[in-house]
Each structure stands twice: as C-alpha cells, then as structure tokens.
Design a protein around this ligand. Structure first.
Ligand code: ZN
Ligand code: ZN
Length: 275
C-alpha cells in the first residue's frame, strides 16, 4: 500500500525540519506522498515540491489556518491550494501580522507594569511560530514575576487582566472561504480536539470538503465516530501525524499516522487547482 502523511509542519512555521529534510525523511520512511501544512504560511511549499520531484515523493501544497470558535481554537487544513495566489498570500500575511502585533502589545503592557519580559525571548519560546499567551506566561515565569503558568495567567493574561489584549478573531468559516477561494479543499483538523460536532454541519454548508479522521493516538472510538461523520456528510477522510520534527519516541514523528495514497487522488479531484 502506498502511504501518505497529510499533516506535517516545517521550519516555515513551528516545525524543526526544513521542507527538504521533511521530504528526505518521508522518502527514507517509504511514504509515497506528504502534505506540507504549516500554520498560516505557504512559504515552505516550493522547496518541498522541488525536493519531492528529485526524490519521487508526491508533495501536496497545503496550509493549516488557526481560527477561533467561541473559546475553542479550531484549525482548518487546506489541501491542493494555489499557493502562489497573491490573494492567499495577502490574507495569510495579515493573519501572521495580527498575531505578532498582539504578542508585541501584550509584551509592551507587561513592560509598562514593570515586568521586564523581552519580545525576543517570547518569540524564541514560540519557536518563531505564532505567539500565544502560554508563551508570554512562560516568559513571565522565567523572570520570576509569577510562581507558575496559571499564576502568570491570572495576574496578567486572562481577559480583564492588565496585560490582556483582545485578539483579532478569524472564524473557521472565514478560513474555509479563504481556502476555497484559493481553489483548495478545506478540512477540519483533529476534530477530536475541538469537540464541537455542531460546528461540522455548519462548516459543510460553507464548503468544508474533508475531515481529519485519523490523528495521533486518539481513542479508536473517536476515529470511528469521525469516520461515520465523514461518510454522513460526504467528506474526504484525511489523516496525518501533525509532525513537528521531533516526537517523544525520538523520531521525527513523520509517518506516525498515514492514509492510503488514494486519499490524495480524492483531494486532488475535489480541488479546483491543478498542479
Ligand atoms: Zn492543528
Ligand atoms: Zn498541525
């Protein structure tokens, strides 16, 4: 069986391996296809495709967009997107900028309170990915201004606390639209972590085309549940490792979850963008 890992991060977002290294690792593991799904960026795709052509690994141009749904974070995958689309590039850049601006503003507020955290350090903690409050909380703890993470949150970072800054919200519906505009197939990432099944039917209405049924070491009952969900709504059942280049077993994490390569064909057929 030809195997595909459809959820992999590179140094273009918060992964540890370069796009070329990811493709080399996939080749070594005998995978026939992979998708590069960096957070809010497509900047690793060209390099991965070049390496994929050289090594005979099929590379799916993809992205993972972080969104908010109430108090939950919902990630939307986009497969076979036109990654050279200027409109898409602009939209993703705006997202990354909004996140960086928010992180910067929270650092400024902390500094104004006499808490001398440095933006540089916060970015390091976030592995130069998108800055979130946990990264700020860790920086606050490191300089001894809070006893632990929850203390840091309560004193400074919860809504209403003095260093809190509201975030610009992007909804999962917006992300599905962004991906559809770029010709891609939108998929709901790790639905077991979202736990809001009512969201799925509403996303289907705006064009959701796939759902990440196979993910991590989730309970087989959850996998079964989402396999049924995929069937019920006619969604393509995807799966992937969500590898960031280092896993607890000491490996890269790549290939820990795979699907049959035929899923890649299904995604390609459903996409309006052709390589
Ligand atoms: Zn995710
Ligand atoms: Zn991911």
């Amino acid at each position: 069986m030809s195997k595909a890992d459809l959820h992999i991060h590179t140094v273009a977002s918060d992964g540890l391996l370069s796009p070329t290294q990811v493709v080399e690792e996939a080749k070594r593991l005998g995978l026939s296809a992979i998708a590069i799904t960096d957070h809010d960026t497509v900047s690793g795709i060209d390099e991965a495709i070049t390496a994929g052509k050289r090594l005979g690994v099929r590379v799916v141009p993809a992205v993972e967009i972080n969104t908010d749904y109430g108090t939950h974070e919902v990630h939307i995958l986009g497969y076979f997107i036109d990654w050279h689309s200027e409109k898409l590039a602009g939209q993703l850049q705006q997202l990354r900028k909004a996140r960086l601006d928010r992180g910067r503003k929270m650092v400024e507020k902390l500094q104004a309170l006499g808490i001398q955290v440095k933006l540089e350090r916060v970015l390091e903690i976030a592995s130069h990915g998108s800055i979130g409050r946990p990264h700020l909380a860790q920086a606050v703890c490191e300089i001894g201004a809070a006893e632990n993470m929850s203390d840091a949150f309560n004193k400074f970072l919860v809504r209403g606390a003095p260093a809190y800054v509201e975030r610009t919200k992007l909804t999962p519906f917006d992300a599905v639209t962004i991906i559809a505009d770029a010709g891609g197939v939108a998929g709901l990432a790790h639905p077991g972590q979202v736990g809001h099944d009512d969201l799925i039917i509403n996303l289907v209405k705006v064009g959701l085309g796939a759902i990440e049924v196979y993910y991590g070491d989730q309970d087989p009952a959850i996998t079964k549940h989402y396999r049924n969900t995929a069937r019920k709504f006619g969604l393509i059942a995807t799966g992937g490792s969500d590898a960031h280049g280092r896993s607890p077993d000491g490996g890269s994490g790549i290939g820990n979850v795979t699907v049959n390569e035929s899923v890649v064909d299904e995604l390609q057929a459903a996409s309006r963008f052709h390589l």
